[in-house]
Design a binder for this molecule. Structure first.
Ligand code: AMP
Ligand code: MG
Length: 338
């Protein structure tokens, strides 16, 4: 269900990009199209971050593209496995292991995972407590509710919220270990992992000299340079209209070496008595946020854009715009239904 949505969203965003940049592409796996001067290639991956990822490069040879794409895929797969909270993997320790060992013993991690967890802790401070990766005990109740259609009781939510303090996540930089100090607590990095993966991907591609591309991480859009060979100097992406079926848009964004990340109440939700319960939980009420439908944040760093989109979804427009301003981010609200 979730995967289907992201598949459609990704293809939609990609099609819009091609549509508005005047190129042809089906947006399917291993596709390429030639313009007068250069070729455009795209490849999709279905095994990353529980979503559908599409990577498009402009202006390199076919042979180079598939080599770069394979390298990027493997690099992102390793980060996906490290940050997967639901599974553990042979030969590597990740957040699945850390959650499993909550309240027991510290787990040794890579420097990359350690850096990500530092970013997560900083995000809690930077977003005034709205984005808290230690909210796992609460978000898992809502996750279960989406599966069963039965609302969690306020007593259950209240009890779970007693195990969500960010200080329960202990990082030891010398020993390179991580410990959750409360057995009832758990990490949920859904608000930050894809954006952070985008930041890593950008660095990875810069290091090997790749300049012009679009990477769609399940709706987290990362662009670099321009759609070379199309005669345009920016990527144009369509933003899902939250009130319409998937694939409808009325807003577009022009991006060049920027990222656009959206948090919305139409992405993952269920309804009880006509009320929509979605997946972004306000830590102060323990309920899905009710202030907005869709918030898109545009910033050069996809990790910051992902952090801010979740935070702004939970903050008033006034507080959100002030926070965005501090980071130099642009914001598009689509709240017409409110
Ligand atoms: P996003 O789509 O980036 O806004 O992230 C939403 C995801 O982050 C949800 O599916 C949960 O896994 C997780 N999440 C929900 N509420 C919060 C919150 N207040 N702080 C941190 N993570 C959250
Ligand atoms: Mg986010």
């Amino acid at each position: 269900m979730k995967r289907t949505f992201y598949f459609r969203l990704s293809v939609f965003l990609l099609c819009i990009t091609f549509l508005l940049t005047g190129c042809r592409s089906s947006g399917t796996a291993k596709d390429h199209t030639s313009s007068n001067e250069k070729s455009i290639y795209n490849e999709s991956y279905a095994d990353l971050f529980d979503t559908y990822v599409v990577f498009t490069i402009y202006g390199i040879s076919e042979e180079d593209f598939y080599e770069v794409s394979a390298g990027l895929h493997d690099y992102l797969l390793a980060f996906h496995q490290e940050t997967d909270i639901y599974n553990t993997y042979e030969g590597m320790t990740g957040l699945g292991d850390i959650n499993e060992h909550a309240g027991k013993e510290p787990i040794k991690v890579s420097s990359q995972l350690m850096d990500f967890l530092h970013f997560c802790i900083q995000a809690e401070t930077d977003t005034l407590g709205t984005v808290n990766v230690m909210l796992g005990s609460v978000t898992s109740l809502w996750h279960e509710a989406r599966e069963t259609g039965i609302l969690p009781s306020s007593d259950l939510l209240q009890e779970a919220s007693e195990h969500t303090d960010i200080s329960l996540l202990q990082l030891d930089d010398e020993a390179m270990t991580v410990l959750i100090t409360d057995a009832e607590a758990s990490l949920d990095v859904g608000a930050l992992a894809k954006g952070y993966a985008g930041r890593l991907a950008k660095q990875y591609l810069a290091d090997i000299g790749i300049e012009n591309y679009l990477l769609d991480l399940g709706g987290n859009i990362l662009t670099s340079g321009c759609p070379q060979g199309t005669g345009r100097d920016k990527f144009t992406i369509g933003l899902q209209d939250p009130t319409k079926p998937t694939g409808s848009y009325k807003e577009t964004a022009q991006l060049s070496s920027e990222c656009a990340v959206t948090s919305g109440d139409y992405q993952r939700f269920f309804e009880v008595d006509g009320i929509r319960y979605h997946h972004i939980i306000d830590p102060s009420t323990l309920l899905p946020g009710t202030l907005h439908h869709s918030v898109t944040v545009i910033h050069e760093d996809s990790a910051i854009a992902d952090m801010l989109s979740t935070a702004l979804f939970l903050l008033s427009e006034e507080d959100g715009l002030e926070l965005a301003d501090r980071f130099g981010a642009k914001v598009i609200y689509q709240d017409d239904m409110k």
